[in-house]
Design a protein. Sequence first.
Lengths: 671, 289
Amino acid sequence: MTFPKASSIFALYDGENYVDLFRATDSIAMAPGREGIGDFSFSPSQYDEDLASLDSLTFKETVTLNHRSGRADSMVYAERRLIAMLRKAWQYHYRPRHNAPVVLIAKAPGETNPRYAVVRQCPAISGRNRITSEAFRQAVAADGDGVTIERFIWRDFMPGTMPSPIVLGQVGGGPTAPTESVIANYRDNHAITDVYVADGGVFGPNLYGEPGLLNLFPAAPAVGDIIYFGGDDPFFNISLWLVTAAVYVGVTFVWEFSNGAAGWPDLVLGDTLTLYPDDDIWARTGLAAINVWPGSTWAKEVVNGQNKLWIRCRIDAIATSFTSPPQNNLYPIYNQRNPYVSIPANTLEGDAPPYLLLRAKSPEGGDADETFANVSKILIGSKSRGLDGFLSHINLGNDGNPAGVTVTYGTDTAAAASPEAPGGDHAHITFATDITMVMRARVVLQDLAADFVGEYRPFLRIDGSGTFDGKVQIVVRLDSTSDFASKNVGPEIDTVGDESFEVVDLWPLDRIRIPFGKFMSADDLAGADLIFEIWASRDAGAGELDLKDLILIPIDEWSVEYVDPVTDIEFGSSALRGLRLLDDDGGVITDRTMLRVLSAWNGTPWPAETWSRHGLAPRLDPKAEHRLYFLIEHYNATGEWAGPPLSAQPPCQLAVSLYQHAVYFNLRGDE
Amino acid sequence: MAWGGIVLTENPVTDYDTFHLALPRNRLANIRTTKRDMGGYWQADFDILPESREEAQVLLANCLGRHVEIHHDYGDLAWEGMVNSVVLETGTATIINSLNDMGNDVWCRYTPIGGTTVARSTVYESAMSKAKFATKQFVLGGGEIAAASADQFASLYRDWNFWPRPTLQQINTEGQVRALPGLTLKCIGYIRTFEWMVYNQTILTGTALASTVMQAIVTACGQFVASSVIGPNNTVITREYDADRHPLDIMESIASLGDSDGYTWVIGMTRGRKFYFTQATPPFRLRSG
């Protein structure tokens, strides 16, 4: 729908019909009279207050309308359409079966683009009685009818309709301007190093980092052909951009990992492997992701002269045909190893936080087992300050962290290699000499305190060796490890202790503030270190404890939890698994958090059921650069659906896109 | 601190049905929560802005006993408990549905005619009500009556009250019907479900340590307790409570005794339906030295 720039617009639209309130030219005309459209009034800060939602505030438009028509009955027709439209607007809000909003469209003279607002209701229409009105009797005209319209804030897109996804920023080695970004459930520095296609055992060149068109299997694929992905350190994701789908019928692919003994055990879909967008990954185009969890037996092996950790996909059988291979282009193959989405500056538009819809798609593989393939909880925190030095996930194995981050160890604790740990190492506590609550691991963020100014929810990922019965605790220090340094000490938290990558909320019911008091722009933390210590005790038994990473979810700008309602504790059918997506909508369509099921027939995301939103819908300041940091959780294989604790294994993956309706208090202009 | 959304789910300990109502912040108003040192999550009230009259009526009938989680605006849990009462305001009438008077395990304490010692009638229960709401014991006071009369009284009360039903509380003849009814949910923390039960004793004579008795009460009456932390408290107390008292009352009494070092002790329930009987944090003494 386009409107000429020079014209003014003031019209109602219900998705099917218009009622033009600014039409003075036709034989049946309805246009503002001498008093015109009433003055505007708003507070620039009203959307920064403690609002229930962006639709918590309404604006009032008072219009004085003149009607004109050749016949009285024609004028009735125009009035009836106006009344019906405004009645629909009320019904949309008060009668749920009416599910399409009525929209007020407006544009001032010279304003480039129109703006749209959902109409809430019309509390009153008033005017002179037609029986005694001189204007009506003489000219079939009504002069000065008053129409009051309550509407919500202006926006740049027709309410209730989906815009295109916004262009996101580059994350890690990923695409430079994607509309869909892969989210990893860990963070480290380790890029993969090798990608090979083996044609009947003959290796091609290393495709890693190659930006051009790449065949991901030989031009004439045959049984036994393989694509290898390798790195010096553990990796849990491979992301591709497929521009050509493979053409085949009846082909069996097998995914495998190296175990150091040429055994090449299988990666099993749902248990140790998920594939995005679905399990027939090579037959798709667009973003594709492979998420792997080889486990403790993953070991380096020499392939094509390279001693690496490998995963590979092998053509196991061709029942009918394999005509042509899949091809990668546009973006080089990479491994996502960052748990955030980047929103570049000036991407979010308008005068106040826009209506945002966050869409998170999940890879395929989940089944009735509680594994990383079935996502049941997503935590997100937004940050727009200190992005250069801030990191949400700190590896306690002291491997794969950026410069300036150092982990040292306290009593009975040391780094230990683990192919399951982010970075490839974790901190292992034996409790050999001391089971009391003492410092076990200390993270020093050198000169980085300034980038961490804000408020955070701290989480710890642990893994009990055997059945660990004990507690953990966080201590935050500013600049010094001295006993006399300013510090905040968290509560002692019980762990379950026998779950892989158990997520421990280190400070339930509260948060970490950095610094510990109010921080003003006149204050300076440049050069100050920030220190996090993990303390742990063992209450009973002989269990040992692995500390994987410390996770800080920023909460002072915007933060939320999305939680699976677990409406089915036998199969976990409400989890986010293959061919599902989660929409958290702050009002692009309407305010809701909806799990959608992708139609196997045509890919339509059917609305299925509601997830819980703990907190508010996305609310991000326009113009600023943001990062949304994620922690993705699932029920554990040794637990049960809805049974605590939740775990967060590294190969959990989401593909995230964002949609916005920018909002405006008054003019939209050319945005 | 600002509020986020509220989530209602099924009763966490019965297997009656599944229920999930995620209420975004824009459908909520007047959220108030109370958390006590002695008791933990105690009570909460909030208004739901219903989408329609029909939804309001459904919620009036079908919200009781549901698990409630109230969240901060940044997502973390602020309060948890269960829906105890629902109040519907139409503008001209106020209708209430509540678990307050519901009983599905009912008996009558009475003195037989001419007798001197207190007796208890037959216990009348409702399996269906227990399956939905969990056990809620209700003890009637019968005075001096015959045993048959006591049984009749308890049976009758069970029949009338095993299932909560909306009750007209008030009519406002000068009111105006609202476009959408108002709906207020009044919630209790799980510690209050210790008022649903009756605790007597495990033995008729003697004493035990406070921690031991507390553990016995939680085991006997803590049907909503998912886990517990019961600290060591060596205060010596009686094991006799043969008066059909509510365990919450007994537990508060025990905690109020503190410990032999003069420190204050508290009981309560916190997130994840976790019961605690611990020294107050930070510890403070009731007396010096």
